[in-house]
Structure formats: C-alpha cells, structure tokens
Ligand binder design. Sequence first.
Ligand SMILES: Cc1cc2nc3c(=O)[nH]c(=O)nc-3n(C[C@H](O)[C@H](O)[C@H](O)COP(=O)(O)OP(=O)(O)OC[C@H]3O[C@@H](n4cnc5c(N)ncnc54)[C@H](O)[C@@H]3O)c2cc1C
Length: 397
Amino acid sequence: MYDNKVEVDYCIVGSGPAGAFLSYLLAQQGQRVLLLDKALDFNREFRGNGIYPDSVLLLKKYGVLEKISDEHISPIEKIQIFDDAHELLCLDFQDLFPDKPLPIELPQKILISTLVSMASQFNNFELKQGCDVFKLIEENGKITGLMAKENQQITLIKASMIIGADGRYSKIRDLANFSYQKYPMTRDVLWFQLPRPSAWPLSMRVAMQSGNQLTAISTCREQLRCGLSIPKNSFSLLKQGDISELRKIISPMLPIDKQIITEKLQKFDDFTLLDIFTTSVQKWSKPGLLLIGDAAHTLTPILGQGINMALQDSYYLAKAIEKSGNNNLAQFELQRKAEADFMLSCQLKQEKILLYESTVKLILRKMGYFVVNNSQIIKRRVFGKILHRLPEEHRVS
Ligand SMILES: Cc1cc2nc3c(=O)[nH]c(=O)nc-3n(C[C@H](O)[C@H](O)[C@H](O)COP(=O)(O)OP(=O)(O)OC[C@H]3O[C@@H](n4cnc5c(N)ncnc54)[C@H](O)[C@@H]3O)c2cc1C
C-alpha cells in the first residue's frame, strides 16, 4: 500500500557528498534522478571538510568551486606534526607539489547545497528531504524500487538502479542484507571549534603529547576545527567529571590563549563525538542496487579521506554509467574497492605509529619522522602517492 508512486532511472539515497555529487553528474547526463534524504536540511556541524587535491580538481572540472564564495574556502598550505611542542615533520604543499592545487577546507553544508542547486537546474532531477527509506522492493532477484515515508505519506519509488549513499550507518546496506564487518578503532574523536589566532598558519597541525593527540585545522571564517583523540567509549566517563579536566588535556597541545579555550569550551555540548570504526563490505552491489561512499567503506578520519573517497566514487560511477549504462559496474566496484583498501591500509599504518607507547618505539618514531622531514624526495614520494592519485586523463575537462 502506498500513497504516491514515482518512477526514475536512478534513486539515490543520501544527500551527503557522495549522493549530491552523483546526482549532479547523472542529472547532467540526462538521467532522471531522485535524491532522497531523511534529514530536512543540509546542516551538519562537524564532518570531513578537507577537500584534497584530486577532489579539488574534480570540483573545478565541473565548475563547482567557482560557484562558492571565497569566504567558505580556506586553503591548507602545510601539515605539521609536533611531539611535545617540537616540530617533527612539516609538509609544505606549495614547496613539494608546486603544480598541484592546495587542499582546501570547505564546509560540507556549503558543498552539498551547491551541488544540489547545480543539479536542480535540470528538470530531470528532484530532491525529497525528510524522506526515510524503510523497505526495498525485490522482483525476480533484482531490486526494482523502494518504499519511503515522508510526512506520514508512503511513496513507492521504482528505479532501474538504487544507489545507497546513506553514510556510515547505512540503512540500505542493512535492508539489502549486505554482509559486512565493523571494526572499532581504539580511539574516538571529540570535535570542537575555536577562533583562530591571527598569526596562525593555514595548516593542519597534529600535536602529540603524553599519549594524547590533537589535530587543529585552520578553516574558513577564521576558525580552527579541532579533533581530540580520546580512548574508545571514554566520553561518557569524561562527562561524569569536570570539563576543566578536558581543557587540561587540550591546552598543552594547542598554543593559543588559555582564556579563549576556557571561554569557548564551557560545557560538554561544545564537543561533537565521532565514534571511530571502519567497515568492510564484502560486495557493494547486487542486481539493481549499489553502495557508494561511507556506506560502502567507512574509513577513519586519519588523512581525511572519507569525503574525498565519497566524491571520487561518484565521479567514477558517473563515468562508468555514461560509458555503458548499468552493465559494467563490476569493474567500477573492483577498482574503487581496491582504492578504499589502499586508503584504509595507509590509515591503519599511521594510526599504529601515532599510538606507540614504549620508549623504544617513541625513539624510532622520532627518528623516522626526522628522516622523512629531511628528504624532499621521500616526502614527495610518500605523500604524492596518497594525495595525487587521479590519472592524468581525468584532470582535463
Ligand atoms: C562528526 C563527524 C566528523 C567527521 N570528521 C571527518 C574528518 O575530519 N575527516 C574525514 O575524512 N571524515 C570525517 N567524517 C566522515 C565524513 O564526513 C564522511 O566520510 C563523508 O561525509 C561521507 O560522505 P557520504 O556522502 O558517503 O555520507 P554522509 O556524508 O554520511 O551522508 C549520508 C546521508 O544519508 C542520509 N541518510 C542516512 N540514512 C538515511 C535513510 N534511511 N534515508 C534517507 N537518507 C538517509 C543522511 O542524512 C546523510 O545526509 C566525519 C564524520 C562525522 C559524523
């Protein structure tokens, strides 16, 4: 039983970076696209906002960045890693990769609303917000549609392909009975925002001290987007104590006026918790249905790859559909799965290094960073391999 019926070529569930970008790319190809999201707006406080060079190139290729005002975009010129206030590593992007664009900070809300407004230029695109999917329709072994609830009304959506872009807690993944494993990491992250001091560089600053770790990213509107690593599931315990204990952990790793930290971090609600886990989904597709973005591969925030992988999944999927419709998506899945596995293995290696505790390992870590920091060749090779993966033919418009 349903109240309304809609028929489209692609029904994309989830208007995060993956779903919004794919919607625009497919609408541009002339496909009838319906984008659904259970949320009523694009507001999202803390998310992956770091757009890395390959994704910057893709967003430029489609004229997305030129539609966004400069006040929302903040370039990241370098990454610095500190141990007990000593700089261990500095990656100056302009110096290392002068012919590549700089990474940028761009709030997800701005990126997504721009992509959706670009998709909305096409009559063959529709957005439905406040629309929660609760059932998939399967006929003769193929997913042919879904049922969603919106304002107490039930809509049946028939589509030649359903795309599950509904994030790390994907309902589509569960409704379709995809088998996957969830691996909790040993830490969670507490995100918070502080005003950026005027002399602060346009950087991502990672500080380690006495087993703690804090990342401070200079972002738009003169702000610092900060993430404090805490032991897994320890936030509820911290909340039973005094907030000043949390400020005491943060202060030594953040060289800014202590009074600002006290003023801005007054209550536990000033922090947003990110439960860190990864998921490994064995197969991302079945006839009529495909997962992309976090729904297919939840990563850790290390090296900020979640949003970039999501945007690139959409780009490659749209290319594959343009070339051969829904017929050759196995190749897409194979290539993107290999890419997600590569990113995850880089993240897990880095995570392991950051968690070293024994004196010997800490000395080895310092020596390792010293060697890398003093060789432009090693820096270019190691970080170029992670940051610049887009093949040449995809860079030109
Ligand atoms: C607090 C927080 C901080 C983060 N920080 C970082 C970071 O620093 N670096 C980094 O790389 N990554 C970070 N991430 C992860 C990053 O935001 C994601 O990797 C990225 O947004 C993935 O994009 P996506 O489009 O796949 O999914 P999402 O951005 O998660 O979008 C999924 C969309 O699906 C919608 N949805 C969910 N279920 C349904 C349903 N049943 N029906 C309809 N719609 C549905 C949601 O409302 C949402 O809009 C963070 C995530 C969080 C939550």
